[in-house]
Ligand binder design. Sequence first.
Ligand code: NAD
Length: 265
Amino acid sequence: MAGLMQGKRGLIMGVANDHSIAWGIARVLAEHGAELAFTYQGEALGKRVAPLAKSVGSELVVPCDVEDVASVDAAFARLDEAWDGLDFVVHAIGFSDKSQLKGRYVDVTTRDNFTRTMVISAFSFTEVAQRAAKRMKAGGSLLTLTYGGSTRVMPNYNVMGVAKAALEASMRYLANDLGPEGIRVNAISAGPVRTLAGAGIADARLMFSHQKVNAPLRRTVSIEEIGGSALYLLSNLSGGVTGEIHYVDSGYNIISMPRPDLLKA
Ligand code: NAD
């Protein structure tokens, strides 16, 4: 097991701090022998990401703001200076104005923030895939992070849910387009995790409580558990899997009528 990612080089996008889902994934991949590069958004986050990267043996830490095409191109150019190819990418990027992650979708959603949320949280995966695929051989693997608010209504998730629906659809189109080249594209749909992005959603703590009470496993998931599933999707273990949404949510997504026992009490 220890060498599952031996000889594989990959780009981790979306580490903000050591609570980030991308960081949980990076640690597990590094433990299994992957060589990693990291992107960060803005100098303040860069100062946090560099020491984390170093702790898993990576000095390749480059700025990348996915709202700016030139910044995405510059990040891949930096990668080209160090590496002659790429085996995998983890895309764990999302953003929306938090004033719109509160209240009724119908009331709070503006054109500007709808567009910005879509570009950062959905289109960026396609933008990255376009560049990454050119650097990959057969066996390459792309992974993004989504949430169940894409298909079912979560209070306050609002425009992020719409963006996640677009992200999941993009993932399937990319999987079909890149499949003939032997490149796989998948998504992990994670249950709620306490992160910077997660804290932007109003009443996030209620999402946690609801998960703990109603999910089959009666708990939330850790970033290491998400990392374990990412290891599977990025390694050759999942060689026959593409276009999939893999749920790491304590089973929450399978529930239709939560806990009738609580209603009887
Ligand atoms: P996080 O705040 O740790 O990570 C979000 C990352 O997005 C940050 O590193 C941030 O710098 C990056 N980002 C935002 N705008 C960017 C831009 N313009 N350019 C480049 N990077 C940008 O939070 P997280 O929860 O680890 O989020 C990672 C992914 O997981 C997101 O796609 C999120 O929607 C998804 N997700 C989170 C949860 C949860 O409960 N936390 C659940 C399911 C899915």
